[in-house]
Design a protein around this ligand. Sequence first.
Ligand SMILES: [Zn+2]
Ligand SMILES: [Zn+2]
Length: 89
Amino acid sequence: MYQGVTKQQLSLLPLSKYGDDDGDAEIALLDPEGESEMSTDKTCAICTLDYEKGDLIRKLKCRHTYHQECIDDWLGKKNECCLCKAKVV
Ligand SMILES: [Zn+2]
Ligand SMILES: [Zn+2]
């Protein structure tokens, strides 16, 4: 029975370090009031904690982001985005 995403498939998903990405850092600085639109980009919907500098973040094709450890655990059980239910692989 296969439901989740395999470790090998997980390893193919983009992974980045929060705070290291120039684009994200600039958006945060230039748009301090962008809370409503950007909220999913700074908070992990699985553990509901804000990202901190140096956290490993995984970005899905639907553009939602999560902590690596949170989404890897989640995707081990089901192949869908926690927020929009889009298929991940
Ligand atoms: Zn998390
Ligand atoms: Zn999504």
